[in-house]
Design a protein around this ligand. Structure first.
Ligand code: PHE
Length: 477
């Protein structure tokens, strides 16, 4: 047999463009719309944005290339692809632990991702009802929730949180759509979803940004996002938040990019596609900031609202703006599209592994894992009411007050994704066969040298340092 054969029945994207679109769909998600503005808002704006861009270019992009090449070389599930490259490099297949950590982390992320996406579905419902009301009252261009006070609007989220049955129902709905797409397959499900949803997403995002620029306080948003406060940027918490966000936003950490890379064809230039994916994802995060903050500043609200920014601050801001009823609905539809193309990639990681390992059909694997993800996700969904008092990690420093939701989010984001990324960088930079790896990158000359330096030295050192600082902030006083 040749040195590099696909596992039997291995699916492929129908083109390089389809791969880029699907991988961008994985990268662009709630991480860009909900987490990036939240993190930028609570970490001082410009300082965070600058560090974030540095983390993307110097650490995340080289890792994105490393992950996609593991997948493309292996043409198997994430775990088997990593083991395959290790064996071909005459190294221990134990290196596939990077993908095992990734598989666990990404499946855990999916459990709470579906909960947050459920909130998005809820706001689509309330915005749609509001718009129908506005249209029938003959005022389609009214602000969102025109008949309500700001307090009433900000009450929408607590009201949802107080209703466990509704929360779980919405979470379930989102799990079902995600599973249905993945069950339909790589080409017929994931690729079709990305091909329809991503262009629609980009169109809506641009429309909302133009609206925000015209009606909102665009100058204040630009100043907030692009005026770096260097003192702030040097605080250790800001750096580890920026790196964590870069990992999350680019779907890194031993999972999605290996899985999607495995469906890429041999003639795809992975260095080029990695650059395109990282660029598109960063552009969307910044554009999302330019869509959200002008609206927030226009109505004099604070940018550092935290996770409720998207669900409490924004709806209240749409309230104060002409056309807010329409734009508010469009915004949440856009967020749903983005969330779906990411959640399918999160599920695909374990589905690919289960079908390969246990020889079950994709449909069976997808629905069984969907059920599992839903059940574990209940812990997160109920963290806001029934289980609000539980502190699963009460004895772990730094996590004393974490609910289930916070614990799963924190452990995956602060620990497992960077850990998997660290092992990946060491494996690709030091252990894996140089010739094989270099040949997969599509890089030559200076570009290849630069990438090898970043993946072998900068990535492991920076990720290890930030991992330690993130876990033991007291080290820095
Ligand atoms: N990148 C996705 C987002 O920004 C989330 C994600 C993380 C998807 C990890 C896959 C793997 O929302």
């Amino acid at each position: 047999m040749a040195g590099n054969v696909s596992a039997p029945g291995q699916a492929h994207w129908s083109s390089k463009g389809a791969f880029v679109l699907a991988a961008t769909g994985s990268a662009v998600g709630l991480g860009n719309l909900w987490r990036f503005p939240t993190e930028a808002g609570s970490n001082g704006g410009g300082a965070f944005v600058l560090l974030y861009i540095l983390c993307v270019v110097l650490i995340a992009m080289p890792l994105l290339l490393a992950e996609s090449l593991i997948g493309r070389h292996g043409q198997r599930s994430t775990v088997a692809s990593a083991a395959y490259l290790a064996r071909q490099s005459k190294a221990s297949p134990m290196w596939s632990v990077l993908a095992v950590i990734g598989l666990i982390a990404n499946t855990a992320i999916l459990t709470f991702y579906c909960v947050v996406a459920g909130w998005v579905v809820y706001f689509i419902g309330t915005s749609a009802a509001d718009l129908v009301g506005a249209v029938s009252a003959g005022t389609p261009l009214a602000g969102a929730y025109a008949g309500d006070s700001v307090e009433q609007i900000q009450q929408l989220m607590p009201t949802l949180f107080a209703n466990p049955a509704l929360l779980v129902g919405l979470q379930l709905a989102f799990v079902v759509i995600t599973t249905w797409i993945v069950a339909r397959g790589v080409k017929g499900g994931i690729e079709v979803a990305a091909t329809w949803l991503m262009p629609a997403f980009f169109f809506l995002l641009i429309a909302i940004t133009v609206y925000a620029a015209i009606t909102g306080d665009f100058a204040a948003a630009v100043a907030f996002l692009f005026t770096p406060d260097f003192e702030r940027a040097l605080q250790p918490g800001v750096l580890s938040s920026a790196l964590g966000q870069a990992f999350f936003s680019l779907s890194l950490g031993g999972g999605a990019m290996i899985a999607y890379g495995a469906y890429a064809s041999r003639d795809t230039n992975l260095a080029q596609t990695s650059g395109m994916i990282a660029f598109a994802d960063t552009a969307v995060a910044i554009i999302a900031g330019l869509a959200i903050f002008p609206i927030v500043f226009m109505v004099g609200m604070e940018p550092n609202a935290g996770p409720t920014l998207m669900f409490q601050t924004l709806p209240a801001a749409f309230h104060a703006m002409p056309g807010g009823a329409i734009v508010g609905l469009l915004f949440f539809v856009l967020a749903l599209f983005a969330a779906l193309t990411s959640s399918v990639s999160l599920l695909e990681i374990s589905v690919g592994w289960v079908t390969e390992k246990f020889g079950v059909s994709r449909v069976k694997a997808a629905w069984s894992l969907g059920v599992l993800v839903f059940l574990i996700g209940l812990l997160s969904a109920l963290s806001f009411n029934v289980l609000a008092d539980q502190r699963p990690m009460a004895s772990v420093p730094g996590f004393e007050n974490a609910t289930w939701f916070d614990a799963i989010d924190g452990v995956t984001g602060k620990l497992l994704l960077p850990l998997s990324g660290l092992v990946t960088a060491i494996f690709i930079g030091w252990v894996a066969d140089r010739k094989l790896v270099n040949g997969e990158t599509g890089l030559k000359g200076g570009g290849l040298k630069a990438w090898r330096f970043l993946i072998a030295w900068l990535c492991p050192l920076a990720v290890a340092a930030i991992l330690v600082i993130g876990l033991f902030p007291q080290l820095l006083g």
